[in-house]
Design a protein. Structure first.
Length: 366
């Protein structure tokens, strides 16, 4: 049984049920409180200890959950969250989910007990988010389970982490906390989204305009929505330029630098003569690919062009400098805190725009 069930049984809102059961200082009418307690007894519902703690008062902290602390994408978002939080007199604590939906759920349950004023979840949403089907590295699950994974994140055997996560966050929010996502608009909370599809579309058009015609794409699992959105936008941009993408050169790998290296190694081993340029769905993957091409005797930017996405700081430090799609990630973190501290009762969504940055890794072709 959840707080939703109690509220429904008593005929009151979730917030009223939470205040009646968790000892909030805010007043609840006597008749409503009686109905809530009766409903809880009937359903054998016991309040979550962390929900009671939040209802009775929060600490001046922001709990930030990121996918990977070593990925510059998340560190830039964290910098923005921290800057805005400190300006509001709040302290940020950070936890790492390792791109695991199950770990993300466990962290939220733990963090609720620490009574933060705000919880920010930063990271791509993963379809089929169950404990048994969503591995940490974001790769596709094998066999029938992979093909059966539904697009709404319901369980395919194992624990329904999406439903459980929504329940935890709704109860936390009903008790007075604030929740903001930095990801796709998938869960019923304030969300800062990145224009992944549009940015990738514009990148494809720009590269086609620079004279490229034969493309390869390094992507993560189909279940990883950031990767899927970027591939969809890029493919649509190529089509708009009259270019088709050969499925032989769409290589699925891990959403990491090592994944980009491995995909490039495979491409070089089987022969990259038919490919002029590689689009990797993140800069860290693209940088890993450039290293693998060098190890295979190919010069990035000369023998094969490379482009990425995110425009992390390292994009201009590598040689040649990496073409990318710039995402103002620090701004995304700041916007998340603005939503958290000033948002209204209804979930809001803010989209962060992107722009294409062409550099030496994709020189114009004759």
């Amino acid at each position: 049984m959840t707080l939703h069930d109690v509220a429904r049984e008593a005929g009151v809102s979730i917030a009223t049920a939470s205040r009646a059961l968790n000892g909030s200082a805010r007043n609840v009418r006597t008749e409503n409180a009686s109905r809530v307690r009766a409903a809880a007894a009937k359903l054998d519902y016991r309040p979550h200890p962390s929900a009671q703690a939040v209802a009775r008062g929060s600490t001046p902290t922001v709990a930030l959950v990121v996918g990977d602390v070593a990925d510059p994408y998340f560190s830039a978002i964290a910098a923005g969250v921290t800057q805005a939080a400190e300006a509001a007199g709040l302290v940020v604590t950070m936890a790492v989910a390792g791109r695991s939906p199950q770990r993300e759920l466990e962290l939220v349950r733990t963090l609720r007990g620490q009574r933060p004023r705000v919880i920010v979840l930063a990271g791509t949403r993963i379809d089929g988010t169950t404990a048994s089907t969503a591995p940490k590295d974001g790769r596709a699950v094998d066999g029938a389970a992979a093909s059966a994974a539904p697009g709404d994140g319901r369980a395919v055997g194992g624990t329904d982490t999406r439903g459980a996560l929504v329940g935890e966050l709704e109860e936390y929010q009903a008790a007075g906390g604030r929740v903001v996502m930095v990801s796709q608009r998938d869960l019923p909370f304030d969300t800062v989204t990145i224009d992944n599809t549009g940015g990738a579309h514009r990148l494809a058009r720009a590269l086609a305009g620079a004279g490229y015609r034969r493309f390869a794409v390094f992507r993560a699992s189909e279940s990883v929505r950031t990767s899927r959105d970027r591939v969809a936008g890029f493919t649509a941009g190529l089509r708009a330029a009259g270019i088709s993408l050969d499925d032989r050169f769409v290589i699925e790998t891990e959403f990491t630098r090592g994944g980009g290296y491995e995909a490039a190694r495979k491409l070089a081993e089987r022969g990259a003569d038919e490919v002029e340029i590689v689009f990797a769905v993140s800069d860290v993957m693209a940088i890993g690919a450039m290293t693998a091409f060098r190890d295979a005797g190919l010069v990035p930017g000369e023998d094969i062009a490379v482009a990425g996405f995110d425009d992390i700081d390292s994009a201009i430090d590598v040689t040649p400098a990496l073409t990318s799609v710039a995402v103002p990630l620090r701004e995304a973190g700041q916007e998340a805190m603005r939503l958290a501290l000033g948002g209204g009762p209804a979930p809001d969504a803010v989209q962060i725009s992107t722009r294409v940055v062409l550099r030496e890794s994709t020189p114009a072709r004759r």
